[in-house]
Structure formats: structure tokens, C-alpha cells
Design a binder for this molecule. Structure first.
Ligand code: 13P
Ligand code: SF4
Length: 383
């Protein structure tokens, strides 16, 4: 049943009529007043956007989203700002306010290309630091300082200095999911889309890979280079296991299973394809499987589904609590108040930039970005 609500705030009528379905209206109080009211102007400016997210946002909740979307898009123009949105952002952020969307490598490259004065990183803190390292003269903002990462917090600059003492002369490849201080102690960075290529680019028989143990193991299975791994894990991908995959296949005959290389190697072995978030997205767009499972963060399937309405997504997934700290509301606050600015001390930024730039300067990874699920399994040292 549909009923009409009259909205009052602080004893004043604020001029909105909201259609509420099923007796529920989830509007946060702030969207009912002032700049964030669902006015006729906002409605006219945003009505066409609703179709993009109609599968994820019930119609009756749209009046809570539209004013924020409209205000954010206006603020971006007024302040010459861009939003770099990671593939794990929720569909409202990804489809309605993100200017550049992609995996960690893609967003880092976009940061180097933009003319905008302000970069809003709709992602986690290490990504914002990467943008700041690459663009020291730009203002880099993150909507929530709580958007961390279990991998980035698994290793410190002190750990890196100890590793170097213990393994002198062995180059260190650092996954970008690490703090600026850790990147500063490294020879070259990598992302999930170029990790094998980066390791092989060094032309040495042995490297240390930090901080993701599973990424390191998946890389080791793809290369003749000996890998020593750090024991960090992504709390999202480490939770998938091989038996789950077998159960999912049994329950969904013919389903195509795609995994992220932060998953354990036995999960990769049970999957049909493994690659970065962009590689997974490209796989679905290029191959159009009838039904597919993405073993990764939950918003990924939503975002890939928007571009592939003919593909059926089976959705076992794990939420990243850090990525989910980023909301339309705190993106809006971040732009209005130009908070929270991410700064990296010059000395650290200079050293970290060398390692990130060295990675960016490599040619596009191409097929080197994919992990062959059927590659053999190697036991490697984990420190
Ligand atoms: P990519 O988007 O680079 O594949 O990284 C995934 C991830 O876990 C980022 O936090
Ligand atoms: Fe970190 Fe994993 Fe979340 Fe990515 S998904 S931010 S690697 S915890």
C-alpha cells in the first residue's frame, strides 16, 4: 500500500511529499531539510539517474539518495574535484557520483592523469595515500578515516626494515595494499593486475612479497621466481574456501566461478578464472557467461551486473567493512568541508613514489595479469 507523508522538521513544514511503500521510509533526517531537500529541481535533475540503480535502491528510498547525488555532482564542478571510485563501492557511489571507476592500478593511473585540484578517494586509506604519493600538489580527501585494510595494517615500516636486515639484497615487491611508510621501504609496488609481471620484471631468482600471503602464493604458482611471503591476509578474500566453491558448483550447475587473487590458492584452483577486480569485470563483459559467481567483495557483483543485465549473478560474497565506511553522506561532507585530507610526509612520499612509479611505468600487464587456476601448487616460505 502507498501512503503520503507530510514532512515536518523543527516544527516547520519543509515542503516534501513522499510516497512510502510498505509503510517504510528510510530517509535520514538530514536529507529532509535545506540544501539536501528533495525539491522539484533535484527531482528533475536526477530522475534519469534512478534507472541506473533501480535494481538496488527501492523507489521509495530514492528521495533520500537524489539530493545527495545532486549536491555531490554540483560540488565536484564548483570545486574542480574528481571522485576515484573503487569497484567495491556501493552502486549509488559507483554509478551516480564516481568519475573514474576501476581496480587499484586503474585508479592510481587515473590519479596521475587528472587536472582536478581535489581528488576524493572513494576507496580505502592506502588508495588515498597512493594518490597523494603520485600527486603531491593535489588535495587528496578520504570521506572516512576509518576506511582501513587488514592487509595494510598487517605490516609496518619497522617490519620492513627488519626484513631487509634479515634478507639483505633480496628485492621487496609490495602490494599497493600497504601504507606509504611500507611502500617507501620497497623496491617496486604491484597490484593484483600486474603482480606476476612486476615480480618477473626484476630479473632476479628470488623476491620477497609483502603483505599478502595468498597473493604471493598465487604469484609463486605462476612464475619460476622464488617468492618469500609475508603473513598478511585480506579479511574478505581469506574467508572463501575450496569446499564452499565445490558446494556452489553443485548447487548451480554450469556456473562460471571467478576469483580474486587475494583468495587462498585452493580457491583459485577450484575457480575458472582469477584476476583483479577489473579483470573479473572484463571477463564477464567479454564472455557473457549465463550465470557467474564472483568470489570477492559484495558490491562487485552489483556493479558488474549493471553493465551486464543479461548475466545471472549467484551472490555468495563477503562485505569489506572498510570499503563500506564510504557512503554518499560522507562523500558529501568531505566535499563540503574539504575533510579528511590525506597527507604523506615529503621524505616518505619521495621514496614511496619511486616504487609506485616504477610499477606504473611497466607496460600494460595483458595476460600476465591473469592467474591460471590450473597452475601447479608450490610451498613457499612465509615470514
Ligand atoms: P583490485 O581492485 O586492484 O583488484 O584490488 C582489490 C582490493 O582488495 C582492493 O582493496
Ligand atoms: Fe583490504 Fe581486503 Fe578490504 Fe581490499 S577487500 S580493502 S584488501 S580488507
Amino acid at each position: 500500500m502507498t501512503k503520503v507523508l507530510n514532512n515536518w522538521e523543527d516544527g516547520h513544514w519543509i515542503g516534501q511529499t513522499l510516497e512510502v511503500e510498505n509503510g517504510v521510509c528510510a530517509l535520514p533526517a538530514r536529507t529532509l531539510a535545506g540544501e539536501l531537500a528533495y525539491t522539484d529541481e533535484v527531482k528533475a535533475a536526477t530522475d534519469h539517474l534512478y534507472a541506473l540503480v533501480a535494481d538496488f535502491i527501492p523507489k521509495f528510498e530514492w528521495p533520500a539518495y537524489a539530493p545527495l547525488v545532486h549536491a555531490i555532482n554540483k560540488l565536484k564542478v564548483e570545486k574542480n574535484a574528481v571522485i576515484l571510485a573503487h569497484n567495491y563501492m556501493t552502486p549509488d557511489i559507483y554509478a551516480l557520483v564516481g568519475d573514474y571507476k576501476g581496480d587499484s592500478l586503474g585508479l592510481a593511473i587515473e590519479a596521475t592523469k587528472t587536472d582536478a585540484e581535489i581528488i576524493v578517494q572513494a576507496g580505502v586509506h592506502f588508495m588515498a595515500e597512493t594518490s597523494k604519493i603520485l600527486c603531491p600538489d593535489k588535495k587528496v580527501l578520504i570521506p572516512s578515516l576509518d576506511a582501513g585494510c587488514s592487509l595494510a595494517s598487517s605490516i609496518t615500516g619497522d617490519d620492513m626494515r627488519l626484513i631487509k636486515q634479515r634478507y639483505p639484497g633480496i628485492p621487496i615487491v609490495t602490494y599497493v595494499n600497504a601504507t606509504a611508510e611500507v611502500k617507501a621501504e620497497t623496491d617496486i609496488c604491484c597490484t593484483s593486475s600486474n603482480a606476476v609481471q612486476v615480480v618477473e620484471s626484476l630479473g632476479v631468482p628470488k623476491v620477497i612479497m609483502v603483505p599478502d600471503e595468498f597473493l604471493a602464493k598465487n604469484v609463486a604458482n605462476m612464475t619460476g621466481v622464488e617468492i618469500i611471503a609475508w603473513h598478511g591476509r585480506c579479511e574478505v578474500h581469506a574467508r572463501f574456501d575450496a569446499e564452499d566453491v565445490r558446494d556452489m558448483r553443485a548447487a548451480n550447475p554450469g556456473v562460471v566461478v571467478l576469483a580474486h587473487p587475494e583468495c587462498p590458492p585452493d580457491v583459485v584452483l577450484e575457480s575458472d578464472f582469477t584476476g583483479s577486480t577489473k579483470a573479473m569485470s572484463d571477463y564477464v563483459s567479454n564472455n557473457k557467461p549465463k550465470n557467474v559467481i564472483l568470489l570477492t567483495e559484495c558490491s562487485m557483483s552489483d556493479n558488474v551486473a549493471m553493465a551486464n543485465p543479461d548475466v545471472d549473478f549467484v551472490r555468495p560474497c563477503n562485505l569489506c567493512p572498510h570499503m563500506k565506511r564510504i557512503t554518499l553522506q560522507n562523500i558529501y561532507d568531505c566535499l563540503v568541508n574539504e575533510e579528511h585530507e590525506v597527507k604523506v610526509p615529503k621524505r616518505i612520499a619521495k621514496k614511496a613514489r619511486r616504487a609506485v612509479q616504477r610499477m606504473i611505468d611497466l607496460p600494460a600487464p595483458g595476460k600476465k595479469g591473469h592467474f591460471d587456476p590450473k597452475a601447479g601448487h608450490k610451498d613457499i616460505r612465509v615470514i
